[in-house]
Write a protein that binds this ligand. Sequence first.
Ligand SMILES: Nc1ncnc2c1ncn2[C@@H]1O[C@H](COP(=O)(O)OP(=O)(O)OP(=O)(O)O)[C@@H](O)[C@H]1O
Length: 261
Amino acid sequence: MTTTTLSRDTTPAAQPPAARTLDLVKVYGRGEAAVRALDGVGVDLPAGRFTAVMGPSGSGKSTLLHCVAGLDSPTSGEVWLGGTELTRLSDKALTLARRRRVGFVFQSYNLLPMLTAEQNILLPLRLADRRPDAETREWVTGVVDALALGDRLAHRPGELSGGQQQRVAAARALVTRPDLLVADEPTGALDRHSSAELLGFLARSVRELGQTVVMVTHDPSAASYADEVLLMADGRLVGRVAEPTAESVLEAMGRLAEAGR
Ligand SMILES: Nc1ncnc2c1ncn2[C@@H]1O[C@H](COP(=O)(O)OP(=O)(O)OP(=O)(O)O)[C@@H](O)[C@H]1O
């Protein structure tokens, strides 16, 4: 008699990743002036997880994020968003995939100054020609509540603090329930309190709303909100820190700097 063990593998690796790169290379410029910003990066961004990307200035973090989000096209290699290979799409299909499936938060909030907070938040739905149905309205209300923006919806960006503007940008990024939320130095212009609020929200959007977040940061405390930190140097992935704390990230960055000497 054979014994069969029934077990369900619930580790994140058992699910298909939200995004994946294979041997990604990005070269800027030509000849003597060529810069190899990415030098063969293969990485999985697991669904429903918060991943931070760290590394020295110029190590390729933003380039990686931009390629994964379909904002920049690699020189060679593959980028997958779920089951879609972005690197095979036409410009038009790529624009649509980006608009429907990726949310963005940048250091500069990129809000439209003439629109209210609410209009800014709902803009991605308008651009995608989607009228908010009941379920979407409920989702938007939940996001707005979680970001404590309820009493700021009628304000224009110029009437909001930096932290509030970045929270509006985060709500806008999540309004379409993107497969991937990409954040490039989202706390770079915020004070400590506003940073903690925003990062707490990003972490909760992963834990409670099932979102997938990838964030570039220089700040070990910001990285400690992630489930895992990827370390880059010279266009390559050179290490990982699981369940990071500010201390363990700082230590790993220190080792990286030592190795680079
Ligand atoms: N548009 C571009 N044209 C030419 N070179 C570029 C371009 N964008 C980035 N680079 C170069 O590619 C390399 C990687 O840049 P990238 O911005 O990805 O690094 P980063 O790790 O995000 O840096 P930082 O932490 O300073 O933002 C750098 O050497 C940079 O100068």
